[in-house]
Design a protein around this ligand. Structure first.
Ligand SMILES: C[S@@+](CC[C@H](N)C(=O)[O-])C[C@H]1O[C@@H](n2cnc3c(N)ncnc32)[C@H](O)[C@@H]1O
Length: 503
């Protein structure tokens, strides 16, 4: 349930009602209260020990906001994933119902909107973010998010945040937080965006990036990949701000999509013949998933795995199929299920032992053999009919799944990955038989990881591109070929790229 439905403050625990709003953020000497509080004797110990001592004195009064704060801290301090940390905290602390929904909205919303929140905080604090105590900054991000992007009453957003900061960081920091939040509350979300967005005339991509809370380099990568359709940039960026529907794959030979939709109450997918969309609930609880007849898998990934199995070969299919980057095994399982029907066998390569184990578990009794090896030097015998290279990539096509991911990646990640991608595709070119097909895929639209790598392999290894659009069911918006880029805003799938290359 959304916090909109919950009373005046929009949240059952939100009505703090403090009366000491409006004090200046600095203590009269230009130094903010946060710093004064931390440096003055008699305020209690600063840092983690001090925070924990204060927390013992002030037990959790607002479990949803505290779970959100602790998740933001884990993301910042240990590079944790918000969508793994938060559900665990909610379970451990027995937070459910409205509180869990509110904590989820706050956490994921604040993670996604970080660029905007930080710009507002900086403008209101009058100083750089690195001069704000990080735990105070976490609380401010949550407070500003509530002010700008929820219907929590402003007085409740301010008072609950200030209470949390006082409990964790002392009264000085609370005064500073109060001043920043009071200033932030003077304008709406749209007014702040209008004030802080770079000028669209001179910096259109940076302006779109800011409006839809992405780093500019990612927005530029999307614009480059959209090419003549760059007018869709705003829609492409905004699609990352919406949590995706759950997609199930009906394992071929075990259950049809039609049956799966009937049993689960879901809706048959638009494109993949194996896809079923669910609107909510825990898919792990569904009988067909528990029994291994179906699994959670994005429809775009289903289409990539299916493309490997239907690509036209030159000469007969000898039934030797390979997944060169297999962990955790979603595509290997779909290829394995089709292989079982077609009388083929799949070799699945994954260098990380724990991920290779996941592939073993995912593929179960299907005709799939898992090899724990580096795909660049797998030791496998050449002569494969069909090879999938689902290469490690930046994941820029799946940002909607990881709320904090966009702020954690940088252009250097692309540079680091393209070498590995080139080498893996080179290894596949050596393993495929003449007339066989390699499908090269990434969950990223970044041209350096997608068309750049595929075009380079054509030149280096004498591969011929097939029109990848013909390997997909009838779908709109697939471009001019021969490569295909799927988009969340167009297709509702992750942003998968695929190229089909014949030797
Ligand atoms: C994009 S994921 C593959 C997803 C998988 N195909 C699926 O559908 O479940 C890329 C995988 O490549 C693996 N990988 C990384 N370096 C590799 C290498 N040198 N050789 C083969 N696989 C590698 C990663 O560990 C990761 O599991």
């Amino acid at each position: 349930m959304s916090p909109r439905a919950n009373g005046a403050d929009g949240h059952p625990h939100g009505g703090g009602g403090r009366q000491d709003r409006g004090r200046s953020g600095d203590g009269g000497n230009g130094r903010p209260r946060a710093e004064k509080g931390r440096s003055r004797a008699g305020r209690g110990p600063a840092g983690r020990d001090g925070r924990e001592a204060r927390r013992r004195e002030h037990p959790a009064a607002d479990p949803a906001r505290e779970a959100a704060r602790d998740t933001l801290r884990a993301v910042r301090e240990r590079d944790a994933y918000a969508n793994l940390v938060l559900p665990r905290l909610l379970r451990e602390r027995r937070i459910s119902g409205r509180d869990a929904a509110f904590a989820t909205e706050l956490t994921y919303g604040a993670c996604r909107a970080l660029g905007l929140l930080d710009a507002v905080i900086e403008a209101c604090a009058g100083r750089a973010l690195d001069r704000i105590d990080p735990p105070v900054l976490d609380a401010l991000r949550l407070g500003v998010y509530q002010l700008l992007r929820t219907r929590v009453a402003p007085h409740a957003a301010v008072s609950t945040t200030v209470d949390m900061v006082v409990a964790d960081n002392g009264r000085g920091a609370g005064g500073f937080a109060n001043a920043v939040l009071r200033r932030a509350s003077e304008k709406t979300d749209q007014q702040w965006i209008a004030q802080l967005t770079p000028p669209p005339e001179s910096a259109p991509v940076a302006a779109s990036a800011f409006r839809h809370t992405h780093p500019t380099w990612i927005a530029q990568a999307f614009a480059d990949a959209l090419g003549p359709a760059a007018g869709e940039l705003d829609a492409a960026l905004e699609a990352d701000n919406v949590s995706p529907r759950v997609h199930l794959v009906a394992r071929p030979g075990a259950i049809s999509a039609e049956e799966l939709a009937l049993v689960t109450g879901g809706e048959e997918g638009r494109y993949s013949p194996y896809a079923v969309y669910l609107d909510g609930g825990d898919p792990g609880e569904l009988d067909p998933v528990r029994e291994g007849l179906a699994a959670v898998q994005d429809e775009g990934s289903q289409l990539v795995a299916r493309a490997v199995t239907v690509a036209p070969l030159d000469g007969p299919d000898g039934g030797r199929w390979l997944d060169l980057c297999a962990g955790p095994g979603g595509k290997a399982a779909l290829m394995g299920a089709v292989a079982e029907i077609d009388g083929a066998r799949v070799d699945a390569v994954e260098p990380l032992e724990h991920r290779a184990d996941l592939v073993r578990r995912t593929t179960g009794d299907l005709p799939v053999t898992v090899h724990t090896a580096d795909g660049r030097d797998s030791g496998l015998t050449p002569g494969y009919d069909r090879i999938l290279v689902d290469a490690p990539c930046t994941g820029l096509g799946a940002l909607r799944r990881r709320p904090e991911a966009r702020w954690r990646k940088g252009p250097q990640d692309v540079t680091d990955l393209t070498r590995l991608q080139r080498e893996l595709l080179g290894a596949a070119a050596a393993l495929v038989r003449p007339g066989g097909v390699i499908v090269y895929a990434t969950c990223s639209p970044h041209l350096a990881e997608t068309a750049g790598i595929a075009a380079d392999a054509q030149r280096r290894h004498g591969l011929t591109p097939l029109d990848a659009r013909t390997l997909l069911p009838d779908m709109p918006g697939l471009g001019d070929g021969p490569f295909v880029q799927l988009w969340p805003h167009r297709h509702g799938t992750d942003g998968m790229f695929l190229a089909a290359l014949r030797k």
